[in-house]
Write a protein that binds this ligand. Structure first.
Ligand code: SAH
Ligand code: MG
Length: 207
């Protein structure tokens, strides 16, 4: 029996910044990919998006790498909007989302499907040679970080593969600029065609 309904409702209760309708769209994008292919998300946090994508990966017999240094982005640090005291490790005062991420993937029984890559995005990208059938960019949203992720990871997406970008806001009142500017650049490159959108999620496909 398919575990999809159970996983989608489980994901909705995981800590994070992914509304259920956008999570569902991530899942659908995953389902559209080839079987036994390799997927990667930049930005894992506590594993919420990893469960949505993982549910699709399970269906497709694919694997998802979920990459994060697990110390949070700028906007997750103390004093910022998305700070969460519960995620601070008292031993060094730093955010550490790895234990929560690991708990999420274990509880979802996705340990054979979703694998953690713990490290800085750009260094990992330099040493990651596997072509990707699906790339989800949801790491740091600052200008330099967002563009660096785009340049480092997007070339690894195969023709027909999916590129998903989160937190794309056309109206500056709704959120920061960099993911939107990256999205515009992807379209302007002529290398990708838009397949769909849901909330702040954009789904593109390499031509
Ligand atoms: N995709 C997740 C949310 C990710 S939040 C979900 O929807 O559930 C963004 C994450 O990017 C944070 O956990 C932060 O630690 C990570 N991040 C930011 N910059 C990074 C970098 N340079 N390398 C690795 N991870 C980074
Ligand atoms: Mg996001």
């Amino acid at each position: 029996m398919s575990r999809v309904p159970e996983l989608l409702s489980f994901a909705a209760h995981v800590k994070g910044f992914m509304p259920p309708d956008e999570g569902r769209a991530l899942f659908e994008a995953g389902l559209a990919q080839r079987t036994r292919s390799t997927w990667l998300e930049v930005g894992a946090w506590c594993g919420k998006s990893a469960v949505y994508l993982g549910a699709a990966a399970l269906e497709r017999d694919a694997v998802l790498y979920s990459l994060d240094h697990h110390h949070g982005s700028e906007e997750n640090q103390r004093g910022w909007d998305h700070f969460d005291e519960e995620l601070v490790d008292a031993r060094d005062g730093r955010l550490n989302t790895l234990p929560s991420w690991q708990r999420t993937i274990a509880d979802a029984q996705l340990e054979d499907v979703v694998f953690g890559l713990v490290g800085p995005s750009l260094v990992v990208a330099e040493h990651f040679a596997q072509p990707l059938d699906l790339l989800f960019i949801d790491g740091g949203h600052g200008h330099d970080v967002a563009w660096a992720d785009y340049h480092a990871w997007t070339p690894k997406v195969v023709p027909g593969g999916a590129l998903l970008i989160h937190d794309v806001f056309a109206d500056p009142a709704d959120g920061g600029r960099p993911p939107y500017e990256v999205y515009l650049a992807v379209l302007a490159s002529g290398e990708f065609t838009e397949r769909g959108h849901q909330g702040s999620l954009r789904w593109l496909q390499r031509n």
